[in-house]
Design a protein around this ligand. Sequence first.
Ligand code: ADP
Ligand code: MG
Length: 247
Amino acid sequence: MVEIRNVHKRFGDLEVLKGINLTVNRGKIISIIGPSGSGKSTLLRSVNHLEVIDQGEISLDGARVNRPDLKGLAFEKHINHIRQNMGMVFQHFNLFPHLSTIDNVTLAPRKLKGMDPKKAREWGMDLLDRVGLAQKADVFPNWLSGGQKQRVAIARALAMEPKVMLFDEATSALDPELVEEVNLVMRGLAEEHMTMLIVTHEMGFARDVSDWAMFMDGGVVVEEDDPQKLFSNPEQERTQSFLRKHL
Ligand code: ADP
Ligand code: MG
């Protein structure tokens, strides 16, 4: 579903991604762990073309994301289409503060698919129900807890029926007691076989939900393995030392 081939990215003199490879098969869940600054966010943002890679190739369900051959409007059209197939959830919720919960969720299907308001409301209610927030449909984001906001952000990301969900530290800005309600929603998606790429600092969660785990440091994949193996018996010294501090 997602193919990342020899991806390089630099910011000025700093090479942040130094040849990353990763294949995410349909229905699989990959966790990416690693110290701050190792390039995890840059990698996820590159998948979505929020960062423009310098070298390599990324594709989604067989379609290339980076298309240097397309210019201007043609590229805009292409990338908008690609992005409709990816749902992204960030550390900070990025909900539209002036829109109610349900309007946040239904904005994309209304604007991009021209879904009519009645159908959009039904669809939005379904999605809010999935994240346990149907009762908050007409509330504004300011009235929600951090965990609730993040669950709305997930519902919003699901609204275009993406082929893959990208999570960048979705729970790391939350108070500890709010983490589990978001994790529960993510576990629900896992049970429905949503393809997911998850950057997380929660090692236990990563071990539980993922099919494959990847440890990045300094812009390279230091080690990747079955999560049971990676978390309990890592081979590389750098992985061992990171996990000693974070498990
Ligand atoms: P992580 O998510 O693993 O903490 P990031 O991908 O955010 O790491 O960052 C990797 C490196 O790239 C860091 O050194 C960071 O400072 C740098 N970086 C990220 N975004 C930018 C940017 N827009 N401009 C310059 N440097 C950046
Ligand atoms: Mg990051």
